[in-house]
Design a binder for this molecule. Structure first.
Ligand code: SF4
Length: 212
């Protein structure tokens, strides 16, 4: 939620959408809410979230309770910030892996403590890499042999291509290794250190020594 400088009395709730996928029922619920709350603009963000612009502050809590797009999970620093996912093998002819369940599972990971900084996840079901997995804190890219897991990428002010942690992973192996990697990051990195800076400091060999 944030206030808008041009309209200080209006706010922008940002409920998530699992893997960027919306059903007819979701879309009907959203359009009904937009009409009833008289919301002037909805933005689909690069992180596959919705930004509701121009809503009156006193209506925010009620609107959030009606949306329920994020499986009812409140935001927590013990979980990843968001996961972007491509349509995966159910919807794209190039897809080698299913992505919706993987996205939901990663979003639901309850870590051993609060993360040092926000962690963004990109899940791509083939090498074309539509979700820019190499420049996310956690990246997954599907290959015939299994998932490749990448850690420490960043697309912001100082871009960094992440490091390959492991490949040939099954869904369960990928999920377990993500959890282990993030738990190592949260107990080792200083507060407010993004994964890219952390990896520049410690190097991939040190990470592998501790998580593989
Ligand atoms: S990453 Fe591959 S599987 Fe996913 S949407 Fe792009 S082309 Fe399709």
């Amino acid at each position: 939620m944030c206030s808008q400088k041009k309209h200080p009395k209006t706010f922008c709730p940002m409920p998530g959408i699992n893997a960027g996928m919306l059903t007819l029922e979701d879309l009907e619920r959203i359009t009904d809410i937009v009409a009833r709350y008289d919301i002037p603009m909805v933005k689909v963000t690069g992180a596959q979230r919705l930004f509701f612009h121009g809503i009156e502050p006193e209506k925010i809590e009620q609107l959030k309770s009606e949306l329920q797009l994020l499986d009812g999970q409140p935001h927590s620093r013990n979980r990843v910030h968001y996961a972007q996912a491509c349509p995966g093998k159910n919807w794209c002819k190039y897809g080698l892996k299913e992505t919706e369940n993987m996205s939901r599972a990663i979003m639901g990971l309850e870590l051993a403590g609060p993360l040092p900084y926000k962690v963004k996840v990109g899940i791509s079901a083939c090498r074309i890499c539509c979700c820019e997995s190499w420049v996310r804190d956690i990246g997954l890219v599907a290959e015939k042999a299994g998932w490749r897991l990448i850690f420490g990428g960043n697309a912001a002010g100082k871009p960094r291509i992440g490091d390959l942690v492991a490949d040939g992973l099954s869904d369960d192996e990928a999920l377990q290794l993500i959890e282990k990697t993030l738990n190592y990051y949260l107990i080792t990195a200083k507060y407010k250190t993004r994964s890219a800076l952390f990896m520049e400091r410690i190097g991939i060999d040190e990470l592998k020594k501790n998580v593989l």
